[in-house]
Structure formats: structure tokens, C-alpha cells
Design a protein around this ligand. Structure first.
Ligand code: FAD
Length: 437
């Protein structure tokens, strides 16, 4: 009787899971293992919202595994040590795990390698569609610009989508621990897990995506980001399904999945881009904790910015257009260090992801991969364009809900006690223009 371990990380699903597939192929019995590693907490990455979502994911994964005759084993501790302990208990010969791109994922893989050597099998194309490093411009280790990356990504072979296993045999008598989580949590978090993810994908219509994805009030993007972050859905399967669907909506959606891969391959090549400027611009950041706090609280006096920040607090999620606006407001208009904003996002986002969050922040701040690093998004023009009737603001800023139409974007022109704008609406780029050499 041979036994293998399928070590779940950012791939909390049964469908299209190369790690689980390989573990099943390699042995008669499989131990599906998830380790709650205190190193994630120590790195400040175990935000309550994501832990709540993770708890749903693990419960759903366990239920799905039980339906096919198995169950999830949860352990707490250093991942490699726990995997070695379980391997000894179960007599497992091999360990299968998905390749990750963060500094933590690399350290975890190195620790697993040190303990398991050749018995460790790392599977790429589990988290991303195209594995980081698989495509690169001549003489470089990664793409630094999205458009040529996207072209190469479209040409690159994508692996075949795998079905969900119908039966898995798991050794008896391997103990499991419970995940204990504590808040504070955002009040309206989405439900985690593969079942919820697949239900969301079934209910959502990709056809309209190209037309509505920037419409803040329509709120009709896929909202699959937390499921993609925890791997409740595979990006490869989504790409495959969308390409089969076809049409402009599906194409635009697949392009966003390519952005996800793009940021992963940048982080894989430059892990320090999680904290350091990818391209330093000699910024002389402005320092003002009072302003940073007004931004965090959604009290900048700019309702479109405040609406985004309040959606983040309430749902642990924010519309992409609102992320762009709130990030540009912090890093360009207020000209505060992008790391302040990125840290706040990571403390709340249920999809908070080192690659996507830090590199999108850097893109907006002009220290990342944007080919126009000095662009500034004017919050008022953006509000008029992407929330033309003001419905998004009225939804998230109840004290302005009585204001009709687009007048809600400029409360300082009307009587009322909404906070005054923290920077002059006539000169929204002053600090950035003077600060960046
Ligand atoms: P859809 O529009 O339906 O797109 C489908 C999927 O494509 C998303 O679920 C996501 O996985 C991927 N995607 C879409 N846009 C991007 C993008 N710009 N970069 C990378 N992948 C993308 N996304 C995260 O998953 N985690 C983060 O921590 C995160 N932080 C961000 C911070 C800032 C400042 C900005 C501007 C963007 C950030 N994004 C992040 C990207 C994007 O805003 C979200 O992925 C998207 O809003 C999630 O909503 P959705 O699932 O409805 O996306």
C-alpha cells in the first residue's frame, strides 16, 4: 500500500487540481493536508477577513473530500515539519504541492525540499495559467510590460483541465485540528469555498463583462477574486471555459486573468517588489498620518474615494475601478507612500494577495510596470465617467444619499456638513508634480 500527501496551499479545490491529481496517481492512498502555518501570521498576512474566508474554504473542501470517501487533515505549525510528521504517521512516500511565488511560498518550498528531497513534487501551473518564468523576452527572466506579455501568454500552451476525482482513499487514524478564528471581521464578507465559487461562476454572465466592468454602480464584475486567491477555482479552468464561451466579454475577462499571471511572474522574478519599489523614481513622499487616516476611514471629503474605502471596510472587497481611484488618490494626489495604502488594503481585502495587491499598488504609484508612471487619475473626472448618476456613492455614503444625481460627487458646492475635501479640488496633482523629481 503506497501513500502520498497532497499538501493544499492556494489550491483549495477538487476540480482541476494538479497537486491532488498527481498525488492520487502516485499512490494507492492520499492524505489531503492543510497546514496553518504561524509564519503566515508572523508576516502579518493572516488578516481576520481572509481567515474567515479560509475557514469556509477548508470546511467546504472537507465536505467535498468526504463525498468521495476521504477527508481533510488540518494541522497547525511550520508547514514542512507538520508535513514530515503526517508523512511519518501515514507512511507517506511522496509530497505534492503547488509552486508559489511569494517569499513565504519559496521559503516553505525550500524547507519541504530540505526534509523530503526527491520525494517532494512541486507542480507549476496550479496557481497561474502560465507558470512564472515559462515565457520571457530574450535575455530576460520576466516581462516588465503587460502588452507583450499578454501576446506571448495568448500563444503559450495551457495545460489540459483536469476533472474532479470521484474517489479518494485516505488512511484512517490521522488526526486533524480545528481552525479557530477571531475578528474583527467586515460585516458583509462573501462565503468562501469551492462550492460557492462554482455557484458564483454559474450565476454570473461573462457576456456583458466588456461593457460593464468599469461601471461602479452596476457592480457586475465576476467577484471571483477571493476564490482565485485561495484557489477555490482554477484560473486555467476559468480561462478554458471563457475561451469556449467566446465573444468580447469573455475575451476581456481572460485578459484580466492574464494580468493576474503577469503580476505573479513579476513577483516570482523580483520577490522584493512586495516591499521595495520595482522601479525607484526617487519619490519624496509626503508624510501626514492624519490624511492617511482620513483616507482609511473614508472621510477624505471626496465621496467617490470615501465610497470605495467604505465598501472595503464593509465587504472586505472593492470594485477594481474604485481600487484604482482610491490608490491613485493616496499615492498621487495625497502623495503618501504606496506601502501605507497597500498595507491597509491587505489588512481588509478578502482577496488580498501579495502579487496582485503590491504590484497593482506599484502600477498606480508609478513605481511599478505602468509605462506611463506619471499618470494621475482625477477623482472628479473619474467619478463623472464611471459613476455618472452617483448611485455608487449613494450606496456607500449614506449621509449623502439624499443628494440627487451627480451632485453627490461635489458636496462642497452644496450646504451640508460632509467633511471638506482634504486637498484643493482645483489642484489635485500639486504634491505629486512637485515631489517627484
Ligand atoms: P474581474 O474584473 O471579474 O476579473 C477577473 C479576475 O481577474 C479577478 O478575480 C482577478 O483574479 C483577476 N484580475 C482582475 N484585474 C486584475 C488586476 N488588475 N491585476 C491582477 N489580477 C486581476 N486583485 C486581487 O486578486 N488581490 C488583490 O489584493 C488586489 N489588490 C489590488 C490593489 C489595487 C490598488 C488595484 C488597483 C487592484 C488590485 N487587484 C487585486 C486587482 C483587481 O482590482 C481585483 O482582482 C478585482 O477588482 C477583483 O474583482 P473581480 O473578481 O470581480 O474581477
Amino acid at each position: 500500500m503506497t501513500v502520498s500527501i497532497a499538501l493544499f496551499t492556494q489550491d483549495l479545490r477538487l476540480h482541476d487540481n494538479p497537486v491532488l491529481h498527481a498525488a492520487r496517481t502516485a499512490a494507492d492512498q492520499v492524505v489531503p493536508l492543510f497546514v496553518l502555518d504561524p509564519a503566515v501570521e508572523a508576516a502579518g498576512f493572516a488578516a481576520p477577513n481572509r481567515l474567515a474566508f479560509l475557514a469556509d474554504c477548508l470546511a467546504d473542501l472537507d465536505a467535498s473530500l468526504r463525498r468521495v470517501g476521504s477527508r481533510l487533515i488540518v494541522r497547525r505549525g511550520a508547514t514542512a515539519e507538520q508535513a514530515a510528521k503526517v508523512a511519518a504517521e501515514a507512511g507517506a512516500g511522496t509530497v505534492h504541492v503547488a509552486a508559489g511565488v511569494s517569499g513565504y511560498a519559496r521559503r516553505r518550498e525550500a524547507a519541504l525540499r530540505a526534509l523530503f528531497g526527491e520525494r517532494l513534487h512541486v507542480h507549476d501551473a496550479s496557481v497561474t495559467v502560465v507558470p512564472p518564468g515559462r515565457i520571457a523576452p530574450a535575455g530576460r527572466d520576466h516581462y516588465a510590460v503587460f502588452t507583450p506579455y499578454h501576446r506571448a501568454w495568448q500563444q503559450a500552451p495551457h495545460r489540459t483541465v483536469l476533472g474532479a476525482p470521484r474517489a479518494i482513499r485516505t488512511p484512517e487514524e490521522i488526526g486533524s485540528e480545528n481552525l479557530v478564528i477571531s475578528g474583527p471581521f467586515s460585516p458583509s464578507l462573501p462565503r468562501g469555498g469551492e462550492s460557492a465559487a462554482r455557484e458564483r461562476w454559474r450565476r454570473w454572465d461573462v457576456a456583458a463583462y466588456a461593457d460593464v466592468h468599469d461601471d461602479l454602480a452596476a457592480d457586475d464584475t465576476s467577484r471571483l477574486s477571493p476564490y482565485l486567491h485561495f484557489g477555490c477555482l482554477s484560473a486555467t479552468e476559468l480561462t478554458d471555459r471563457a475561451l469556449r464561451h467566446g465573444g468580447p466579454g469573455a475575451e476581456a475577462f481572460v485578459r484580466q486573468l492574464a494580468w493576474r499571471d503577469f503580476h505573479h511572474q513579476v513577483l516570482a522574478a523580483r520577490p522584493d517588489a512586495a516591499r521595495r519599489d520595482y522601479r525607484a523614481r526617487d519619490d519624496r513622499w509626503h508624510h501626514d498620518e492624519r490624511e492617511a487616516e482620513a483616507w482609511r476611514q473614508g472621510r477624505t471629503g471626496y465621496p467617490i474615494i470615501d465610497a470605495g474605502m467604505r465598501q472595503l471596510a464593509e465587504e472586505g472587497w472593492m470594485h477594481n475601478r474604485a481600487r484604482l481611484l482610491t490608490a491613485s488618490f493616496l499615492a498621487k494626489t495625497l502623495y503618501l507612500d504606496w506601502r501605507i495604502g497597500a498595507a491597509h488594503f491587505l489588512s481588509l481585502l478578502v482577496d488580498g494577495d501579495v502579487a496582485n495587491n503590491q504590484l497593482n499598488w506599484q502600477w498606480v504609484a508609478g513605481t511599478g510596470t505602468d509605462t506611463r508612471p506619471n499618470r494621475v487619475l482625477n477623482p472628479l473626472r473619474q467619478a463623472d465617467r464611471y459613476d455618472p448618476d452617483g448611485a455608487y456613492v449613494r450606496r456607500w455614503v449614506p449621509e449623502l444619499a439624499h443628494l440627487p444625481g451627480p451632485s453627490v460627487h461635489r458636496p462642497w458646492l452644496l450646504a451640508g456638513d460632509y467633511p471638506a475635501p482634504i486637498v484643493d479640488p482645483q489642484d489635485l496633482t500639486a504634491r505629486f508634480r512637485h515631489g517627484r523629481p
